[in-house]
Design a protein around this ligand. Structure first.
Ligand SMILES: [Zn+2]
Length: 281
């Protein structure tokens, strides 16, 4: 979890370092550098794509393969295969809806309707309280007027302290927001508002270009002096000494394992973080 304050925003140029080759419906990076810190200190492991993802996003194209790369410098791991917008749109269409759930359960029998529901409703109280506690530490909550949870599902993770604010979720799935929370489905509509407080929880591990996404899509929405709360899972990657990884490519394609990789997120945006610590969710 990282809290960032836009007051310290400075311009930043993010180096282009990967040769992009478009093959069919996906983009593969052939890179020997870390996509976060640009380090060459990379270890490559053989990996695989989960059959569900291969079907839903890549039309079961058996040529779609990937390695996973580990950066020794910033403790960041990422799949070399970076799904493009088309593949992402297929993968996340009606996310966790009926069709998604059925196909996923066909490949992964443990992914039942109950499991699907529980994923979005686990530890709600604890997570809300945690965000509320952080907010109380870093700002005067009474000054927050406009709140956006980017990819925020029903808005169930917004802390109670913000109940009187204009609360919105940016959500492209068919889910209905909780009472008192407005659902926004268009990015252009988000731009019409300056957001005092934004939540970005469990999103960055899914996106193909986390640095570009933060700089080009998230930060332009934040009011000057506003607060951005980022939460990513601490998800281990299992690789053996002989170069084989048992963690396959599923929805998570980025693994911010330890503090250094999170610090690089902050560095990329040239923002100062107020709080930074891993949190198991
Ligand atoms: Zn790195």
């Amino acid at each position: 979890m990282i809290i960032l304050n836009k007051r310290i925003l400075k311009s930043c140029i993010f180096g282009v370092f990967a040769i992009l080759i478009s093959v069919g419906v996906y983009i593969k990076y052939f890179t020997s550098r870390c996509i976060l810190c640009n380090s060459h200190s990379i270890k490559r492991y053989g990996a695989y794509v989960y059959p569900f993802v291969l079907d839903r996003a890549f039309n079961n194209d058996k040529n779609v393969k990937t390695d996973i790369l580990y950066c020794r410098k910033c403790d960041f791991s990422f799949f070399e295969l970076r799904p493009d917008n088309t593949a992402m749109a297929k993968l996340y269409k009606d996310y966790r809806g009926v069709e998604y759930q059925k196909l996923r359960q066909m490949y992964e029998p443990e992914y039942t309707e109950k499991f699907n529901f529980d994923l979005g409703h686990a530890a709600i109280k604890e997570r809300k309280e945690h965000v509320g506690k952080i907010l109380n530490k870093v700002c005067d909550i009474s000054k927050i007027k406009n709140v956006l949870d980017y990819g925020g599902d029903e808005g169930q993770f917004m802390p109670d302290e913000l109940s009187d604010c204009n609360r919105c979720v940016y959500e492209i799935s068919n889910i209905n927001p909780l009472p008192g929370i407005k659902k926004i489905t268009s990015y252009d509509e988000l731009l019409k508002q300056e957001w005092d407080f934004m939540m970005l929880c469990h999103v960055l591990e899914h996106v193909s270009d986390p640095a570009g996404f933060l700089k080009n899509e998230v930060l332009p929405l934040l009011k000057r002096g506003g607060i951005l709360y980022i939460e990513v899972p601490v998800q281990p990657v299992y690789c053996s000494m002989d170069g084989v990884c048992t963690t396959g490519l599923h929805e998570h394609i980025n693994f911010f394992l330890k503090k250094p990789s999170r610090e690089y997120l902050q560095k990329i945006m040239s923002l100062k973080y107020s709080t930074l610590r891993p949190q198991m969710v």
